[in-house]
Design a protein around this ligand. Structure first.
Ligand code: MF3
Ligand code: CO
Ligand code: CO
Length: 257
């Protein structure tokens, strides 16, 4: 018999939250820095190099590099790539692509995790609708976060919005607690049932990072052991923020004002 005792979710102190705010702000600034370089003709390797240099210049370390053997500083997921796309110098962006850039600087030991999907030049109306819907999914998930809400409330809100648009929610990758560790409890599915799951408490910090597909939700990991793609080859988009539960709601740690 297996006894399932869930590990308690770490509660951050005010001092610790201040550290996480600084790491989160850095992640947001890094995404802001890289945006103008996302143009037709740039390679995903060049984008990774720029992020690597910027991160170092700001006194931080890239969490992905060396994480379970991951080889680069960022993840760059283009079109049907769901997540964990590996930057490479042969992959040049072209007009009409969508690309998620996922960054996680570690500042003073604390992790800030955020990602955005960018459109390369003019994209199709469907790609545009996918990107906008996915951003909406993330924001609606964040809007559920407050003391005594449940993790399932977040997933239910995201799933309802994605499916109302005719899209599907990826099941194989979820949001996660974060702090001095990259990935920890609570696990935050982007689908689910309202009223179910871990109860949220002030001081919990986790990511909300829905991956939404135009077609089915199934994913396949390529032989490189990282790159996750949609099984049916359909387009996929993602946005990610790191959020903290406050006394009266939520604070987005990876948002610039
Ligand atoms: N930043 C990703 C996340 O949102 C994790 C990337 S792990 C890596 O959780 F090893 F692929 F970089
Ligand atoms: Co994350
Ligand atoms: Co991330």
């Amino acid at each position: 018999m297996e006894l399932k005792i869930p590990k308690p979710v770490e509660i951050k102190s005010a001092k610790e939250l201040e550290k996480m705010r600084a790491a989160g702000r850095l992640a947001a600034q890094l995404l802001q820095y890289i945006e103008p370089f996302v143009q037709p003709g740039v390679s995903t390797q060049e984008l990774d190099d720029l992020c690597a240099r910027w991160t170092k210049a700001h006194g931080a370390v890239s969490a992905p590099l060396g994480y379970h053997g991951y080889p680069k500083h960022t993840c760059t997921s283009v079109n049907h790539v769901v997540c964990h796309g590996i930057p490479n110098k042969k992959q040049l962006l072209k007009e009409g692509d969508i690309i998620n850039i996922d960054v996680t600087p570690i500042l003073d030991g604390w992790y800030g995790d955020s990602s955005k999907t960018f459109c390369v030049g003019q994209v199709t109306a469907e790609a545009q609708r996918l990107v906008e819907t996915t951003h909406g999914c993330m924001m609606l998930g964040i809007a559920e976060v407050k003391p005594n809400a449940r993790v399932g409330d977040i997933g239910a809100a995201i799933q309802a919005h994605a499916e109302a648009a005719g899209f599907s929610v990826v099941r194989d990758f979820v949001g996660h607690g974060i702090g001095r560790t990259f990935h920890t409890e609570p696990w935050v599915p982007h689908f689910g049932v309202r009223g179910k799951g871990t109860r949220l408490r002030p001081g919990m910090v986790f990511t909300i990072e829905p991956m939404i597909n135009v077609g089915g939700w199934e994913t396949v990991v390529l032989p490189d052991k990282w790159t996750a793609v949609t099984k049916d080859g359909s387009l996929s988009a993602q946005f990610e923020h790191t959020v903290a539960v406050t006394e009266d709601g939520v604070e987005i740690l990876t948002l610039l004002d």
